[in-house]
Write a protein that binds this ligand. Sequence first.
Ligand code: FES
Length: 288
Amino acid sequence: MNKILATWKSQSLGTRILRFWLGATWLYGGWQKATDPTFLDKASANYIGQQLSGYAKSSPVGFVLKHFVEHATQIGVLTMLIEFAIGIAVLTGAFLDLAILGGAAVSFGLWLSVSWHAYPYFYGSDSAYFAMWVGLYFLVRKERTRKVSFIPNLTDRREFVKILGVGATAVIAAIAGSGLQKKLPKAAVGKEIVKLADFPVGSVKQFTAPDGNPAFLFRTTVGVFAYSAVCTHQGCVLFYSPQDHSLNCPCHGGKFDPANGGKVVAGPPQTPVGSYKVAIQGASIVTA
Ligand code: FES
């Protein structure tokens, strides 16, 4: 513990603020994935594989990402563990330089794959995180009084144990997070969403989809249909705009057309918003 505190005490306030923010955010990123029951659920619109195939279509490194899609679950688990390991290493100071470079590499990868199309660019956070990691790297190296190699020496017993410690803590955190996942409600087919009489043609209503995510129900002269309210860009919750009849994202200006298969009509999202099956059954509109 004294050694951990010493790494903090030797740094300037600016470095400590950056280090704390980045370390805590990466730790939270891993925790958020571990506790999200939809992240590794192949049936969910939020499944990592769905996200990867969307990014593969639009990213400048899509030719690489498309090879990841078939291993999406493993990539998801690995991403979670890497985020935990980087967060732990940055906060404890174990292999600080290496962890910072790892954070910069992950942010750069996310910038190319997830937020490349964010416009203006500052709507996407990954480029800002990449700049913060690079800045922290130079600050840490400048403020250090002794020379440190950023490649761990695996023949040194203490360094080896430290690596094991960071790895084991990341695995334990991932297991703990998945143990605390909220149970997804069972896909209830035939569950009433609204009475037909209360939902005339032209109505729109928000409801909770069978997978627990927010969704929108529409009734037109053609019939009833439903879309997920989760933005396919970075997961913000969409709202319905009656003025332009679209599902809009408050985060980066994404817009989807519910009258046209949930197609993207504006903003950085590259994949249409997910849909849910609904049907008219007797006097009700139900999940199908
Ligand atoms: S989360 Fe970025 S546009 Fe929706």
